[in-house]
Design a protein around this ligand. Sequence first.
Ligand code: ZN
Length: 878
Amino acid sequence: GTIHLKDYQPPGYLVNRTELHFLLGEEDTIVTSKLHLLRNTEGSSSGELELDGQDLELVEIRLDGEILEADRYELREASLLLRDLPEQCLLSCVTRIQPQLNTSLEGLYRSQTMFCTQCEAEGFRKITYYLDRPDVMSVFTVTIDADASRYPVLLSNGNLEETTLLPSGDTRVVWHDPFPKPSYLFALVAGQLEHVEDSFVTCSGRDVTLRIYVEEKDIDKCGHAMDSLQRSMRWDEERFGREYDLDIFNVVAVDDFNMGAMENKSLNIFNTSCVLCDPDTTTDVGYQRVEAIVAHEYFHNWSGNRVTCRDWFQLSLKEGFTVFRDAEFSSDMGSRTVKRVEDVTLLRSAQFAEDAGPMAHPVRPESYIEINNFYTLTVYEKGAEVVRMIHTLLGPDAFRAGSDLYFERHDGQAVTCEDFVLAMEEASGKDLSQFRNWYSQAGTPRLAVSESWDEDAGAYTLSVAQSCPPTPGQAEKKPFVIPLGIGLLGDAGNLRLQLEGEEPDPELEDNTHTVLMVDQQQQDFVFTGLPEKPVPSLLRGFSAPVRLDFDYSREDLCRLMSGDDDGFVRWDSAQTLAVGVIAEVQQQLASGGEPVVDPLFLQASIQLLQDPSLDPAMLAEMLTLPSENYLAELAGEGAADVDAIHSARRAVQAAVGGHCAQALEQRYRELRVEEAYAASGAQIAARSLRATCLTYLAAAGERGLELAQEQFSAADNITERLSALRVLSHFGKRADWEQPMEQFYKDWGHETLAVNQWLALQATMPDDAAVARVRHLMEHPDFDIRNPNKVRSLVGTFAGQNPVNFHRADGTGYRLLRQIVAELNAINPQIASRLLAPLTKWRYYSGRADLMRAELEQLAALDGLSPDVFEVVSKSLK
Ligand code: ZN
């Protein structure tokens, strides 16, 4: 059924202490729990208690030591109901589970030869009966008995208190975590693992042992994660005043994992793909992702663990804030502008689509059927944008004060988004009442901006109108508070800003930048004392997650692109220019004409390529054309034509490649990295721009393919191997890519993470054989439907990043997806439901909507539909 935020009730009982005992076995695992229960004075004081439990076999249950007879409790579908409990008692349960059969990868399960757990959001109930909700925080003591020859490493949260050898021959370990925590932060790992060890001395002198546990073969791939962890720990002390609180911090890498990683208290568990790094298996982007995810999970120790969520509607409280924190960390470690551009690209191409689709929900959702469906771009990425806007509105100092107050006031508590906003208000003295609409209203607001110029008065007016389209359950929206960063560009550079009716700020010598507060449906902002009509630089730094319309001329976009102070606006202007040029070519092609790419655009591209002041990483971003997905998103409902978009984008690529061939090849050559591979900012930037140049050259003709062949053979790292192989397989003929594709597998087939990327690359190939190729690869010995990384690499990439083939008119792309979703529904519902997302966007694709709906309807009719898939399918068909 549907769960509503408005129905929240405090728990009837609290669990003061939780003692767990695990007897790990090959067939059966026996879990014994001792729950020290205390009636909650804030709850509805009755002696009734309903414990969550799923797929458990109840062996025995005792109350204060006495066996409970069957008439004292009731076993329900997914819970255990107890009646007439005293105010305080010890409840102990013995349950039997079979982790080796658990393919959902929630709760306790097996990955390769190890045992591991994933409890967020509601996996703990697959381990034992419990109050599996985040507002029940308890001190855990965990005892594990296991055969040490198979499982020499036995880990749980907190500190290792004892290790003993049992008469049975098993080893027993006892772990104790002094910090009260909700069940979703519980973790257990058992296996044959090696580790690397290092340390960190905190600001107050605590010496913390840091360990990363991996399979023996991966022991040399831990350096980057360890280094990232140490830098995260230092950064969180300096930037947020957050110090680590235990003497040990463990990270474990597992191959079968539904998500990226999990912040279990002092025992973070990571998908191998988000922690292991090696030049032959990890791309530059991968290195950066590992740094960001290691930081993200570490930062959760405060934003998530010390202060956690009251209920799952508050998920963005920890996720939005932590994504904001990790983005700030990455910005400080590398290029702030490039990081911003990457984040905005993701938001616009994917989160905006989510906001416009059938699963649209506010940052703080009001209802859900399956909470796992709400670990979304909206909760994470848009949630981080909301925190970023608070940072913008308050300024860095007041924001930090608000953050300090929040952590101090709520340490050890399970709280709400409202508590976060209240702390920010109190520390800053700012009123955020209207700002709260960002938490409660779904949909992407649109800002329509227009200008007028009064030459005689030297006055320039920006008229801003905001609106927000209806979303499921929310027809009308109240106005948002939208911080709009702006500048005004004159002939000789940025102009001084003087808003009508405002005192000039004597502190600001060079006030060329300001943030306008857009908080009404319609507002005018008048700038006075201007010597000339300016070009407005709008939404600087992407100051709010909105769509912005302003009718720029191409000349003005070129000026912003080359001359604005704000890096984001420079990039964004290049994107807007490209969008217009591609749309124009799309029209020309549609009317049967020869495509003519605006010479202004070609000229601008050359200028960018020859601008020595531009950071190569930034240049690569500026030269990269908007993705096919983003172009489809921009086309809007009923108007996305994937084939036309693909052809038009290709034609523009070819024109730029041809026109700029010399400049492209020159940059390609001079940026060649001579030193051994390092994931340094400079090397990453160089490789990224080289890949961009190579793409254009290959789009234009043979030369690019030749260079790609050379690059593939000469490369000493997977980044350059894959970028060459991508170019060959996207622009070349079979004869160009077949041999290197095979070679790659011959050389790196023994490295799982490299194979995943090899699968993903083939899934993106735009040629006609793509669907057959994906089906063929699903039969490959390395493919495994039970491994989420394999499924995501091959099928997820195909459906998400191969628009022309996923949306084939013959429907074979859709059918492929539906079939595997149907199969996964029974194996791993979380992955099934996530994989399904591209089908839910059927409203965008006018010519294909019926085909897409038909597949959704087939899924809806499936026997044994999981709540995960049911929720997405039924909401999509509404
Ligand atoms: Zn997180």
